[in-house]
Design a protein around this ligand. Structure first.
Ligand SMILES: *Cc1c(COP(=O)(O)O)cnc(C)c1O
Length: 514
C-alpha cells in the first residue's frame, strides 16, 4: 500500500495533518485512504475463476501471450469499492459552490439528465440506418435552429466537441475562406487577456499570434489593435464578455476594422451565458463563434470532458463549414457525409457530435424559454456584481465599475501579508470551498476570477462572501501559517503541483522489493 510514486499515500503523510491523532490505517472518520488499484490488487485475486484448460493446442502460431497480462487482481466488491471511494473524493457542483471563473460551473437541472437518458436518444449508434434515428436528427436540427436564432447567425457547425475544438473549426473555416480567394494570410491577433486556447488554436493552424495589449480598464486597446492590422492579418480572436468579466464596448469598431483589411472576426463565445437572450453576436459583426454548450446551456463538465462546442458562422464562412451535418428535407432528416461543393474544409469528427450534450442543451433551452434565458444572463450578472460589491472594500477589484458574469480581483490586498493567491486558494479548501480560478487572466497580478453563476441562491452567495471576508481578515491579521500550510483538512496536504505538471509520473511500475 505504500508504493509512494510521487504521491503521498504514506500513513505518516496522511496522519501528519490530524493534530497528532494517529490512526492505525491512515484513514480518517469514514473517509478511507485509497491506494492505486495496482497497489491494492494482488495477482492471486480475481473477479472470475476459470478452470484450467487441459489438452490445449494453440492455433495462434506462436503469438500467444507468455507473460502475465499485468492487470490489477481484485475481487468484484474490491474493484467496486475502489472506484466508489475515489468518486467520493471528487468535488462537484452537486456537492457545493463552485466559483471557477471562465469555466462556468453551474447546476445541471435533473430534467436534462432524464431527457438525455431517454432510450431513443441514449441507446442509439451513429451507424444506425438514418430512418431509425429521425428523432435524434430532429433534435440536432432544432437545437441548431435555436443556436442560430439566439446568436443571429445564419449557419452552425454542430460537430466540434469542445470550446477549443470549436476554435479550431472556426479558424479552419477562416483559412479555407481566405485560401479560396487566393489570399492565404499568416497572422492572427489575440488580446493579452485571451484564454490560452485562443493563441494555441491559432498556432496549431499555422498562424503567427500577435498579442494586443489591454487598456487600463481591462478591454482591447482599439488603437493598438488598428496599428497591428495589415494585409497579412487573417483574423482577430476576441472573447466577449472578455476574460476580465467585462463587456468589450468597442466590439463593433473592432469588427469593422478587421473587416476593412479583409480579415475575419472570431469571437470566443465561452462567456455567452452573460449575454444570452440579450445580445446577438451576429449583430456585432462576428464571423465565427463557438458556444460551449457545457457552460452556457448547463450540462456537467470538468476534467476534460464531455463537452460540445458548436460554431455559428456568418454567410461568408458558412460554405466552408465541416462535414458531416444534418439537413431537413420535406419529409425526413438526412446527414450530409460528403462535400459536393469542394468548399468544406473537411471532417471535424468521426460522427455528428455529442448527442448527450445536445439533448441536455435543448432541454435547458426549452425549459427556460426565451424569457427564461434572458433571466439567466441577468441573474448571472447580478450574482457576480453582488460578489464584487460585497468584497471590493477588503479585496482589490482589478477594474473600476460593474462586471458581467464574473468578478476579477488581484493580489494587491495581500501585499505584505506573506500570503499568495495560491495560499489563499488552498485555505478556501479547508473551509469546504473549491477555489476560484487563479492566476488567470494574466493581465493582472495574482488573479482571482470568481463566477458564482445564476443558479446560486442569495444564501449560498452570502455564505461564500462570509467565508471570503473571514479569510481576508485572517490574512491581514498576520495568521500566515493558516494559509501557507493549507490545506490542513484535505485528505492530502499541499501537493507539489508544479512538480506534478512538469514531471508527471503517468505510469505505475512495480517497486523493486515486491
Ligand atoms: C472554457 C473556455 C474555452 C475552452 O473551452 P473548452 O470547452 O474547455 O475547450 C475557451 N475560451 C474561454 C474564454 C473559456 O472560458
Amino acid at each position: 500500500m505504500l508504493n509512494n510514486q510521487g504521491r503521498p499515500t504514506g500513513i505518516e503523510d496522511v496522519n501528519a495533518s490530524t493534530n497528532g491523532y494517529q490512526s492505525y490505517t491512515g484513514s480518517r472518520g469514514l473517509s478511507q485512504v485509497e491506494g492505486l488499484i495496482y497497489e491494492i490488487g494482488d495477482k492471486n485475486r480475481t473477479g472470475v475463476d476459470l478452470p484450467e484448460v487441459d489438452d490445449f493446442e494453440s492455433c495462434l502460431g506462436g503469438f500467444e501471450r507468455t507473460e502475465e497480462i499485468g492487470l490489477a487482481g481484485l475481487t468484484e466488491p474490491e474493484a467496486m469499492r475502489h472506484y466508489t471511494r475515489l468518486s467520493r473524493k471528487n468535488y462537484a457542483i452537486d456537492l457545493g459552490f463552485y466559483p471557477l471563473g471562465s469555466c462556468t460551473m453551474k447546476h445541471n437541472p435533473r430534467l436534462n439528465e432524464k431527457m438525455a437518458r431517454l432510450p431513443g436518444l441514449s441507446d442509439i449508434h451513429p451507424l444506425q440506418p438514418i430512418s431509425t434515428v429521425q428523432g435524434a436528427l430532429d433534435l440536432i436540427d432544432t437545437l441548431a435552429h435555436w443556436l442560430k436564432t439566439l446568436t443571429g447567425m445564419p449557419a452552425v457547425a454542430m460537430s466540434p466537441k469542445a470550446g477549443a475544438h470549436g476554435e479550431l473549426c472556426g479558424l479552419m473555416s477562416i483559412r479555407a475562406a481566405l485560401e479560396a480567394k487566393g489570399d492565404a494570410r499568416s497572422i492572427v491577433l489575440a488580446p493579452e487577456s485571451a484564454h490560452g486556447t485562443n493563441p494555441a488554436t491559432a498556432a496549431l493552424c499555422g498562424y503567427k499570434v500577435k498579442p494586443i495589449p489591454a487598456t487600463k480598464d481591462g478591454r482591447v486597446d482599439l488603437e493598438a489593435m488598428k496599428e497591428a492590422l495589415g494585409p497579412d492579418v487573417a483574423a482577430i480572436m476576441v472573447t466577449n464578455p472578455n476574460t476580465c468579466g467585462l463587456f468589450e464596448r468597442e466590439i463593433i469598431e473592432i469588427a469593422d476594422a478587421v473587416h476593412a483589411i479583409g480579415g475575419y472576426f472570431y469571437c470566443d463565445g465561452a462567456n455567452f451565458n452573460a449575454i444570452v437572450g440579450k445580445v446577438r453576436p451576429g449583430d456585432l459583426g462576428v464571423d465565427a463563434m463557438h458556444i460551449n454548450l457545457h457552460k452556457t446551456f448547463s450540462t456537467p463538465h470538468g476534467g476534460g470532458g464531455p463537452g460540445a462546442g458548436p460554431v455559428v458562422l456568418s454567410e461568408a464562412l458558412a460554405p466552408y463549414a465541416p462535414i458531416p451535418y444534418v439537413v431537413a428535407g420535406d419529409e425526413s432528416f438526412d446527414i450530409v457525409e460528403h462535400d459536393t461543393t469542394g468548399k468544406s474544409y473537411g471532417r471535424m469528427t468521426a460522427y455528428h457530435g455529442q448527442m448527450g450534450m445536445f439533448t441536455r442543451a435543448l432541454s435547458y433551452m426549452m425549459s427556460h424559454g426565451s424569457d427564461g434565458l434572458a433571466k439567466v444572463a441577468e441573474d448571472s450578472v447580478l450574482n457576480a456584481n453582488y460578489v464584487l460589491a460585497s468584497l471590493k472594500d477588503i479585496m482589490s477589484a482589478s477594474f473600476e465599475g460593474p462586471c458581467m458574469h464574473e468578478a476579477l480581483f488581484d493580489d494587491r490586498f495581500l501585499k505584505a501579508t506573506g500570503v499568495s493567491t495560491l495560499d489563499f486558494s488552498k485555505a478556501m479548501i479547508d473551509e469546504g470551498y473549491h477555489p476560484m480560478t487563479m492566476y488567470f487572466p494574466l493581465v493582472v497580478h495574482g488573479a482571482m476570477l470568481i463566477e458564482p453563476t445564476e443558479t446560486e441562491s442569495k444564501q449560498s452567495v452570502d455564505d461564500f462572501i462570509g467565508m471570503m471576508r473571514h479569510l481576508v481578515e485572517k490574512a491581514k491579521a498576520g495568521e500566515t501559517e493558516r494559509f501557507t500550510g493549507a490545506p490542513y483538512n484535505a485528505p492530502l496536504k499541499r501537493l507539489d503541483e508544479t512538480g506534478a505538471a512538469r514531471k508527471p509520473i503517468l505510469r505505475w511500475t512495480k517497486s523493486e522489493d515486491e
